[in-house]
Design a protein around this ligand. Sequence first.
Ligand code: SF4
Ligand code: SF4
Length: 509
Amino acid sequence: MAAYGFHGGLQLDKHTRDVIARPIQDAAPSAVLALSLQQHRDLRLHACVRIGDSVHAGQVVARPDLDIGDNRLGAWLHAPCDGEIIGIESRPLIQQPKRSGPHLLLRVRESAPVATRQLDALSTAELLPAMLAQAGLSGLGGANFPSADKLIHRVDTLILNGAECEPWIACDEGLLIESAALVLEGAQVLARACAAQRIELALESHMTRAIDAVQAVLRERIADDAVPVRLHCLPSRYPQGSARQLIEALTGRQVPLGQHSAAVGVVVHNVGTAHATALASRGQALTHRIVTVSGPGVHAPGNYRVALGSSVADVIASAGGYTEQARRLLIGGPLMGVALPHDDFALQKGSNCVLVLDEVRTPQAEVTPACIRCGDCADVCPARLSPHLLWQSAQAQRAERARADGVMACIECGLCDLVCPSQIDLTRQFRDLKHALWQSDHKQQQALAARQRFEQRNLRLHREAEALETKRANAGKEALSASVVAAAIAKAKARRAGTRRDDGGESAS
Ligand code: SF4
Ligand code: SF4
């Protein structure tokens, strides 16, 4: 049970039984993998291979593109299969389908083994973050935040997040059923890297098979010197898996807005990330992930192991293809997911679910945006916001007003949409507002950084000019003093010569 709980939230019906009824299956990789060079929102990668290069599975193909002085580590990108780099192309980004970004295109060789190369062994706790960055680790819960950058903070508690709360997603549950030992092994590595003294593993109480698997490992395999692990079986409640809500539910600590959870001594990692960490510690880079493919619109719902860069269309083909009911395609769950206009998108590290819904579950497109001030949205909001007030600010295009009312704390859970009797698409508008505010802040930060660079350059040039001037003046003084000395010597010589002539004249007379 959760010791504390969190505000708002709803219990939603689960639709994961069909998915976890089958073991995780391998999806065939696409013939051409498209690996995005735009990873987390403001982290870009630069390719370290060229068109025409032959690459092998596990080879580094791109590294973080960081400015000098940027202390982040990011996450490297590796080839999931043997093949040939055939281009770099701008393509729509799967998490933001209206935006495009560069993708590295890798044509997979037919005989490509799905294997990876050895990385350096993960040794000391100090080196772990850098090595996990080199292994390409990103948060596999969906946020895709580089895992290594979470580990630079010292904390007392590592929360291992297996509380998948979106009603259709079960990739973490499937992973725990099959690989609980590796997940817990990776959790120990992560805890060591951030000096955590305890691990709190959060699952939902309906995940009975995953709970059994974890308990079996905890009974048998945890070493005496391991960081202690406590298993929490939480009642199903959306959005329990959101980091802030989970921290509050398990520790009672509230993360201040705009701050990292380390500010309250906690770091949260997804169970999939812990699994990938265990593989990385054995020398295997992150090249594949488990994706839940589900919904009434696919023939064979299940969890699939997918090569990063595979297309949504090919993964759906691995799941038996579309049914006649297929109407709406989402990446992620029905509440926090993003609607895709077609299936020609490439799955990346943060892609945890492909969901194909039928018409019945599709929200109505036509809405009447008339708020009746019922307050239902505020009752369920886990971020303790007043969504109706934020919506008014969005309608009036008053982004700063919305910021003052806390829109940046919105976790885009979609609950306000779900309960709104007027069917206002609140979350989309909050997402847009946050993006606009983030862009404006980012531009201001860039302008500030550019101005600081300009001022530093001017200061440097001024100092160099002063130093040159001083050097010239000193050289002039030295030259002057040398000429004064030379003149004085010449004068003295002349005086002595004159004296000798005078002496000579007297003696001759
Ligand atoms: S989408 Fe944002 S505003 Fe709406 S309930 Fe969730 S956190 Fe609150
Ligand atoms: S739930 Fe909808 S109608 Fe009710 S207060 Fe919120 S925005 Fe207005």
